[in-house]
Design a protein around this ligand. Structure first.
Ligand SMILES: *[C@@H]1O[C@H](CO)[C@@H](O)[C@H](O)[C@H]1NC(C)=O
Ligand SMILES: *[C@@H]1O[C@H](CO)[C@@H](O)[C@H](O)[C@H]1NC(C)=O
Ligand SMILES: *[C@@H]1O[C@H](CO)[C@@H](O)[C@H](O)[C@H]1NC(C)=O
Ligand SMILES: *[C@@H]1O[C@H](CO)[C@@H](O)[C@H](O)[C@H]1NC(C)=O
Ligand SMILES: *[C@@H]1O[C@H](CO)[C@@H](O)[C@H](O)[C@H]1NC(C)=O
Ligand SMILES: *[C@@H]1O[C@H](CO)[C@@H](O)[C@H](O)[C@H]1NC(C)=O
Ligand SMILES: *[C@@H]1O[C@H](CO)[C@@H](O)[C@H](O)[C@H]1NC(C)=O
Ligand SMILES: *[C@@H]1O[C@H](CO)[C@@H](O)[C@H](O)[C@H]1NC(C)=O
Ligand SMILES: [Cu+2]
Length: 563
C-alpha cells in the first residue's frame, strides 16, 4: 500500500482512491479528491501557498514528500474486449496502475522487466524532467533498454500538475499494453466536486502490434480491430465495457488520455457538455464543447456535470476515418450510469460531428498562465516518407530517417565527450541556454502527425491544414497554446517554439507508433556541456552492461528506429 502524504495530512491512497481498473472486471470510477489548504469544491484555483497563477516553469511547491511505486512489466494473457490474446502489461493490467502524486512531490518508480524476450524502458510522457534527463526513459537516448530480469529506478519531481500517462518507449511495446495513467494533483482553472480519474482511450487489435509491424512497413497502417476505454470494451457479443457512475447534481473532473498507436478520436458523452480546463499539462482558460478532438499522446482535463435526466449514457471514442483505420468505429464505448443499479445499455444518441483529424481550435486553447515567446531562432523541417533498400516505409523529419542504437544511448556518448554524429542520428545541437528555438515543421503528404516534444512544453506559433508555410504567415508569440503534443495538419505546417531551459538529450517525434518505429523522429542535445554533471554513470553503465550481456546471448535484432 502506498501512502500519499498531503502537506501534513496523511491519507492512505489505497482506501481513498480506487485501484486501477483491472482489464477483466467492470469498474466504477469516482476517486477521492486530493486537496491542499484552500482548495475546495467551490474554489479549485488554490493549492496551499500556490495557485493557478504560479509560474510552474520557475516556481512551485517542494513538499519534501517522496512517493514510491514498483512496476513490473510482464507477459500475460488478457481479454480486454472479450477476445483473449497475449498482452504485455504493467502489473498484469491494461492500463497499468495509476501513478499519483501531488504537485511538488518527488516520484520514485522502480521498473522491473519480467519479460523473457524484450527489453523495456518507461517514458513518463509530458513530465518535464527538469534537470533529470536520465529519467526520461527512452532507450537509445537516455538509457540502454532494461534487459529481461533487470530493474531500473526513475526519479523525478512533479513540477507540473494535471494528467498524463506513462508508456514503454521500447519498440512498439507500449501498444502491446505497457502503459498507464499519471495523475498529479494540484489546483485547477475550473471548479468540480469529484475526481472521476483517468479515462484512457486506445485502439486495439486481436493481433499483436509486433505482428502487425511487418504489414505496416510494407503496406501502411493496418486496420485495427476495435478500441478500448480504460482497457475495456465489448466486441462481437463478448467482453465488458468500462462503466462509471454519476450522482445527479455532482460535477466531475475527467482526465482523458489518448494512448492509441494510430487513432485520432473524437471523445464525447451523450447529452453532456464538457468544460475543458487543461490541454496536456497546461491549465487553460475554461471553454465548453460537446465533442473533443484528442490525438495520440494528448490529454485533456474536462469537467462534466451530472445535470441530465437519470438515465444511462454512452461515452464514446470515435476514430476519425480521415486518418484512422478501425473496423469497429461506432462501438468504442463506455457507459455512464446515474443509477448504478441499472444494467441496461444506454439508448442515447451521439452528438453530430464532422469526420476530421485536427486539434481543438487554437483560439480555445488559451493558457491560464500567460507566457510570451521572444525572438526565436530556428530551422525548417520537412516530414516525408519513402521506401528503404528493403522496400519498407521509412519516415523522416528533417534531413534523414532516424535510426539509433539501443546499446549506445546518446546521453552516454555525450558523457564520453562525443561531438560528431552520423546523419541518421539526426542530432540538433542547441548549445545556448535560455534561448527560444523554433521549428517550422512542414509536409506535403496528406497524413496528419501528432508531434511530441520531450523535456519541454512547446508553444504553437502557427499551424495550417492544406496550406504551405511562407514568411507571410503570422506567428503568434503572445501567449499562444502551449502543450507537448500538437498535430502537424494534413498537407500543412506546424510552427513550434520552446525555451532551452532544460539541459539534456531530448527526442521530438511523431506519436503514431508505426511512424516512430519507421524513423519519424529527431533528437536534440540541449546545453551539452551541462549534461555530464546530471548523469548517474553507475546506473547508465550497469543498465547498458546488462543489456549487452542479454543481446550477446539472445541475438535480438533491432528492426526499427531504436525509439
Ligand atoms: C529546475 O531545476 C533547476 C536546477 O536544479 C532549478 O534551479 C529550478 O528551480 C527547477 N525548476 C522548478 C520549477 O522546480
Ligand atoms: C506492482 O507489482 C509489484 C510486484 O510485482 C508490487 O510490488 C507492487 O506493489 C505493484 N504496484 C502497484 C502500484 O500495484
Ligand atoms: C510472451 O510469451 C509468448 C508465449 O510464450 C512468447 O512467444 C513471447 O516471445 C513473449 N514475449 C516477450 C516479450 O517476452
Ligand atoms: C518483443 O517481443 C515480441 C513477442 O512478444 C516480438 O514479436 C518482438 O519482436 C520483440 N521485439 C523486440 C524488439 O525484441
Ligand atoms: C463473432 O462471434 C461469432 C460467434 O461466436 C463468431 O462465429 C465470429 O467469428 C466472430 N467474429 C469476429 C469478427 O470475431
Ligand atoms: C438527450 O438529448 C436528446 C436530444 O436533445 C433528447 O432527445 C433526449 O431525451 C436526451 N436523453 C435523455 C436521456 O435525457
Ligand atoms: C554543440 O556546440 C557547441 C558550440 O559549438 C560545442 O561546444 C559542443 O561541443 C557541441 N555539443 C555537441 C554534443 O555536439
Ligand atoms: C562500464 O564501466 C566499465 C568500467 O569503467 C567499462 O569498462 C565498461 O565499458 C562500461 N560499460 C558500458 C556499457 O559503458
Ligand atoms: Cu506520423
Amino acid at each position: 500500500m502506498i501512502t500519499l502524504p498531503l502537506f501534513g495530512l496523511f491519507i492512505a491512497v489505497a482506501s481513498a482512491i480506487p485501484a486501477p481498473q483491472a482489464a477483466t472486471a467492470v469498474s466504477t470510477a469516482s476517486a477521492a479528491v486530493a486537496t491542499c489548504d484552500g482548495n475546495t469544491a467551490s474554489d479549485r484555483s488554490v493549492w496551499c501557498d500556490y495557485d493557478t497563477s504560479t509560474n510552474y516553469y520557475t516556481d512551485g511547491p517542494t513538499t519534501g514528500v517522496t512517493v514510491e511505486y514498483w512496476l513490473e512489466v510482464t507477459n500475460t494473457t488478457l481479454a480486454p474486449d472479450g477476445f483473449e490474446r497475449i498482452v504485455l502489461a504493467v502489473n498484469g493490467t491494461v492500463p497499468g496502475p495509476t501513478i499519483e502524486a501531488n504537485w511538488g512531490d518527488t516520484v520514485v518508480i522502480h521498473v522491473t522487466n519480467s519479460l523473457a524476450n524484450n527489453g523495456t524502458g518507461i517514458h513518463w510522457h509530458g513530465v518535464r524532467q527538469n534537470y533529470t534527463n536520465m529519467n526520461d526513459g527512452v532507450p537509445s537516448i537516455t538509457q540502454c533498454p532494461i534487459a529481461p530480469g533487470e530493474s531500473m529506478s526513475y526519479t523525478w519531481k512533479a513540477t507540473q500538475y494535471g494528467t498524463s500517462w506513462y508508456h514503454s518507449h521500447f519498440s512498439l511495446q507500449a501498444w502491446e499494453g505497457v502503459y498507464g495513467p499519471i495523475v498529479i494533483h494540484g489546483p485547477a482553472t475550473g471548479d468540480y466536486d469529484d475526481d472521476f480519474g483517468a479515462v484512457v482511450l486506445s485502439d486495439w487489435s486481436h493481433d499483436t502490434v509486433d505482428a502487425l509491424y511487418t504489414y505496416a512497413q510494407v503496406s501502411g497502417p493496418p486496420l485495427m480491430t476495435t478500441g478500448l476505454i480504460n482497457g475495456l470494451n465489448a466486441y462481437n457479443g463478448s467482453g465488458t465495457r468500462f462503466e462509471g457512475t454519476f450522482e445527479s447534481g455532482t460535477s466531475y473532473l475527467l482526465r482523458v488520455v489518448n494512448g492509441a498507436i494510430d487513432t485520432h478520436f473524437k471523445f464525447s458523452i451523450d447529452n453532456h457538455t464538457m468544460t475543458v480546463i487543461a490541454a496536456d499539462f497546461v491549465p487553460i482558460v475554461p471553454y465548453a464543447t460537446d465533442v473533443l478532438d484528442i490525438t495520440m499522446g494528448q490529454r485533456y482535463d474536462v469537467i462534466v456535470t451530472a445535470d441530465q435526466d437519470t438515465a444511462n449514457y454512452w461515452m464514446r471514442a470515435i476514430p476519425q476515418s480521415e486518418c484512422s483505420n478501425n473496423d469497429d468505429s461506432d462501438n468504442i464505448r463506455a457507459i455512464i450510469r446515474y443509477d448504478s443499479s441499472s444494467t441496461d445499455d444506454p439508448t442515447s444518441t451521439a452528438y453530430d460531428y464532422t469526420d476530421d483529424c485536427i486539434d481543438e481550435d487554437v483560439s480555445d486553447l488559451v493558457p491560464f498562465l500567460s507566457q510570451t515567446v521572444v525572438s526565436p531562432t530556428g530551422d525548417d523541417l520537412t516530414v516525408a516518407v519513402g521506401k528503404n533498400a528493403n522496400n519498407l516505409f521509412r519516415w523522416q523529419i528533417g534531413t534523414d530517417s532516424f535510426a539509433v542504437e539501443w546499446a549506445d544511448p546518446t546521453i552516454l556518448q555525450v558523457y564520453n565527450g562525443e561531438t560528431s554524429w552520423s546523419d541518421e542520428e539526426c542530432v540538433y545541437n542547441l548549445s545556448t541556454s535560455e534561448q527560444w528555438v523554433y521549428w517550422v515543421i512542414e509536409t506535403t503528404i496528406p497524413v496528419p502527425h501528432p508531434i511530441h516534444l520531450h523535456g519541454h512544453d512547446f508553444f504553437i506559433l502557427a499551424s495550417g491544414e492544406f496550406e504551405t508555410y511562407s514568411d507571410s504567415v503570422t506567428l503568434n508569440t503572445d501567449n499562444p497554446p502551449r502543450r507537448d503534443v500538437a498535430t502537424l495538419p494534413t498537407s500543412g505546417y506546424l510552427v513550434i517554439a520552446f525555451l532551452t531551459d532544460n539541459p539534456g538529450v531530448w527526442l521530438m517525434h511523431c506519436h503514431i507508433g508505426w511512424h516512430t518505429s519507421e524513423g519519424l523522429a529527431l533528437q536534440f542535445v540541449e546545453r551539452s556541456t551541462e549534461i555530464s554533471a546530471l548523469v548517474d554513470y553507475d546506473t547508465l553503465n550497469s543498465t547498458c552492461a546488462a543489456w549487452e550481456t542479454y543481446t550477446a546471448v539472445s541475438g535480438v535484432e533491432e528492426e526499427d528506429s531504436g525509439v
